[in-house]
Write a protein of this length. Structure first.
Length: 113
């Protein structure tokens, strides 16, 4: 069974930066696509960014130009710059391979002065 483990969340002031990491366990397994979602209090989980095995990236409009997703191996990173209070949420990593979908446990990001 493949597990995803996130790290890198925390408290940051508006305008600051954070880098989230998501490592996939399980040797010899590679996801077709890896993504980040976030869920703010009282809201549904929403797509943030994704990267395919070939490096094709997608971003939701609200983070374009501020966030960068990368995937050097079976680890996916989300570099978040110019953070805003509305970016406050629990951030989840997701891996897709065919019908298999795996989620991490989530990491809290709080943007506040």
């Amino acid at each position: 069974q493949v597990q995803l483990v996130e790290s890198g969340g925390g408290l940051v002031q508006p305008g600051g930066s954070l880098r989230l990491s998501c490592a996939a366990s399980g040797s010899g397994f590679s996801f077709t696509a890896m993504s980040w979602y976030h869920q703010a209090p009282g809201k549904q989980r929403e797509f943030v960014a994704s990267v395919s095995r070939t490096g094709v990236t997608l971003y939701t409009d609200s983070v374009k130009g501020r966030f960068t997703i990368s995937r050097p191996d079976n680890t996916v990173y989300l570099q978040m710059n110019s953070l805003k209070p509305e970016d406050t949420a629990v951030y989840y990593c997701r891996g897709d391979r065919g019908a298999l979908v795996s989620w991490g446990q989530g990491t809290q990001v709080t943007v506040s002065s």
